[in-house]
Design a protein around this ligand. Structure first.
Ligand code: UDX
Length: 428
């Protein structure tokens, strides 16, 4: 059992904390947000993540986890301190490190027995080294370790429990054994590397996955021109073991969320600063953005025009399994439909509230069929599995005009046509 402090109870910090508590460590979570810590103490999860409320209640029950707003109290007995505060993009796309540095500066003034400071926050290349030098100058014996996270929203706990790999970057490899032991119950391969390499593994992985998505989307645009089916192209590609069955080759509206857009932008920015070739990432972003416009053009073609029409939207979240709408394609699509005078009725199993906050003019429906009732067309924006379970006869009967434009390729085109819909999807 290791005593661990996790600073920052956002998405990454909270999953890290609960995950470590589950595998037998004692974890203290620290956050400056009193309301959040208050809710956590009562076992209430501040984020939407499947399985988290249950896991939280288990580790609170076994007293493996505690919560505090007091940094001094939180780190006093810790052997390892994790920093998992946010690094939002600034207006240039650079990661804003103010929260990381605030914590580092506070740590200098706070007595602790910890020897390791582990950076979970996604930070630009070179930041971990700067932090190491900062602690050295302050005459603190901390060793900084870069330990990037690879958690997907919606399956973050599973990703923590069964990671593909644990990456540990440090310029003092002799201290890594303590972290290897910490993660040992997970049984994952550990890659021990330098600070800069660990930092780049994170950016390179996320940007590569984003690039895969833009690649298949560029193939989708071609497939549409020649009458091929991008879903089958992806299936054929995934059977190549070198590409892999989990490859990010679902074409459609492209990527959003809190990671891919931010990480691609940050890596591109870093490449430019290093006078390195950032062309691939520029194209990745360009194609990703283009897909939103392409989808709207498809929708416009099928619906002829938007003014005065009632458009049903299925999904607002950037992907299924989350209530997160950051950088979601829905944001651009709703804005464009509204600009063109459409009336929008949206259903999302988790993100309705978030959408309503940004777009008060959107009518929120309680069910997918409720959103479609009397609509001139239905646009599928998010890949929620429950959409595919809808009774197509009921859906058709509910709509004023049976037009479905699917930005996530959720339905087999033949089935939709046979059910009497005018159906368009991306790259098929
Ligand atoms: C991602 C990474 O997967 C994770 O390792 C990282 O640390 C955080 O960022 P997340 O943003 O939660 O996780 O979602 P992910 O499932 O990776 O999907 C990202 C976006 O790509 C979503 O908008 C999704 O809809 C889109 N996507 C994904 C596609 O368009 N096609 C695909 O084939 C896969």
């Amino acid at each position: 059992m290791t005593k661990v402090a996790v600073i920052g109870t956002g998405y990454v910090g909270l999953i890290q904390a609960v995950g470590l508590a589950e595998i037998g460590h004692h974890v203290t979570c620290i956050d400056t947000d009193e309301a959040k810590i208050g809710r956590l103490k009562k076992g209430q999860s501040p984020i939407f993540e499947p399985g988290l409320p249950e896991a939280l209640s288990t580790v609170i029950g076994s007293q493996a986890i505690t919560f505090t707003t007091d940094l001094a109290e939180g780190v006093k007995d810790a052997e390892i301190i994790f920093i998992a505060v946010g690094t939002p993009s600034d207006t240039d796309g650079r990661a804003d490190l103010k929260y990381v540095w605030t914590v580092a500066k506070d740590l200098v003034k706070t007595p602790t027995g910890a020897a390791l400071v582990v950076i979970k926050s996604t930070v630009p290349v070179g930041t971990n080294r700067e932090l190491q030098e900062f602690f050295q100058k302050a005459k603190l014996g901390f060793t900084v370790v870069s330990n990037p996270e690879f958690l997907r929203e919606g399956s973050a706990l599973d990703d923590f429990r069964a990671p593909d790999r644990v990456v540990l970057g440090t310029n003092r490899p002799e201290v890594a054994a303590q972290l290897v032991a910490l993660y040992e119950p997970l049984g994952a391969p550990v890659l021990l590397t330098t600070l800069e390499t660990a930092e780049l593994i994170k950016y390179a992985s996320n940007s590569f996955l984003a690039l895969e998505i833009s690649y298949i989307n560029s193939i989708a645009l071609l497939a549409e021109k020649v009458g091929a089916d991008v879903t089958q192209i992806a299936a054929g590609m995934r059977l190549d073991a070198r590409i892999g069955k989990r490859a990010f080759l679902d074409a459609g509206l492209g990527y959003g969320g809190s990671c891919f857009p931010k990480d691609v932008k940050a890596l591109k920015h870093f490449m430019v600063a290093q006078k390195s070739d950032s062309g691939l990432l520029e194209e990745t972003e360009r194609i990703n953005q283009k897909m939103r416009g392409h989808f709207l053009a498809l929708a416009k073609k099928e619906l002829r025009s938007f003014p005065g029409k009632t458009i049903a939207l299925w999904g607002g979240a950037f992907k299924a399994g989350t209530d997160d709408i950051r950088e979601a394609p829905s944001l651009d699509i709703i804005a464009a439909l509204h600009r063109e005078g459409a009336k929008i009725r949206l259903f999302d199993p988790a993100a309705s509230e978030a959408i309503k906050k940004v777009f008060p003019f959107v009518t929120i429906a309680e069910t997918p069929i409720g959103a479609a009732k009397g609509a001139d067309g239905l646009l599928v924006i998010t890949n929620w599995a429950e959409f595919t379970a809808i009774d197509l006869t009921e859906l058709k009967a509910a709509m004023k005009k049976p037009v479905v434009v699917d930005g996530r390729n959720l339905f087999p085109p033949i089935e939709m046509t046979q059910a009497g819909f005018t159906y368009r999807s991306v790259g098929r």
